[in-house]
Write a protein that binds this ligand. Structure first.
Ligand code: 13P
Length: 253
């Protein structure tokens, strides 16, 4: 069974609610004919409501950039799964490298967030990826193995089929340095093999693995053409309707 390409825009800490409304309205008009690519935008929490309203009835879905694992309680500044569900969110990014780097995210907290998201019926996008010195030191596979093992601990094969993995080499994020399609494919292939060892080949064959890191309209086609690359998680190029719509169109297999 073919895996449907999924392109998700991670807006990071960009776009007010007013700007989100404009961006989603422009985007949905540009991509309304596209059915073979799943399209997601992930605004900051304060812009989710505006994005959900603007995207209503279109083929643009809305995701969040983080989630807390508790149902509710004294966790100042945090947002629960139920709050996201109630706001109309469908996807949630978990364990982005910026959260790991700046906010103390670990494989253990990724795992807790993942379980909370699944319990609420949210679709998780779990991010993994190596740092530059880890790649240069020849540790890429070991790093990814550890992130997969810890982040996906206790997850069933059935749950795994609904989880998207985003492979984002940290050295390629916001740097303009994209992994070559061949380099990315080699790593995606390794990730799928590991998922096969953990959950069986049948499940691994259904899991979508996105590439992320300086993906743009002009390199999207060559990345998505690779056998094990099933879409992208896009930062900078998702902030303008034109560039994001072009990227989505170029990702049609
Ligand atoms: P850029 O596309 O800006 O490199 O960001 C990638 C990313 O981190 C998406 O989550």
């Amino acid at each position: 069974m073919a895996r449907k390409v999924i392109i998700a825009g991670n807006w990071k800490m960009n776009k007010t609610a007013t700007e989100a409304k404009v961006l989603v309205e422009e985007l949905k008009a540009k991509v309304k004919d596209i059915t073979s690519v799943e399209i997601v935008v992930c605004p900051p929490f304060t812009s989710i409501d505006a994005a959900v309203k603007a995207a209503a009835g279109s083929n643009v879905k809305v995701g969040a950039q983080n989630i807390h694992w508790a149902e509710n309680g004294a966790f100042t500044g945090e947002i629960s799964a139920q709050m996201l569900k109630d706001a109309g969110v469908e996807y949630v990014i978990i364990g982005h490298s910026e959260r790991r780097q700046y906010f103390g995210e670990t494989d253990e907290t990724v795992n807790k967030r993942l379980k909370a998201a699944l319990a609420a019926g949210l679709k998780p996008i779990v991010c993994i990826g190596e740092l530059l010195d880890e790649r240069e030191g020849g540790h890429t596979q070991k790093v990814l193995f550890t992130q997969l093992e810890g982040g996906l601990s206790g997850i069933t094969g059935e749950q795994m089929e609904g989880i998207v993995i985003a492979y984002e080499p940290v050295w390629a994020i916001g740097t303009g340095k994209t992994a070559t399609p061949e380099m990315a494919e080699e790593t995606h292939c390794y990730i799928r093999q590991q998922l096969g060892d953990m959950f069986g080949q049948e499940v691994a064959g259904k899991i979508r693995i996105q590439y992320g890191g300086s993906m743009k309209a002009d390199n999207a086609a060559s990345l998505v053409a690779q056998k094990n690359i099933d879409g992208g998680l896009i930062g900078g190029a998702s902030l303008k309707a034109d560039s994001f719509a072009d990227l989505i169109r170029n990702s049609i297999k």
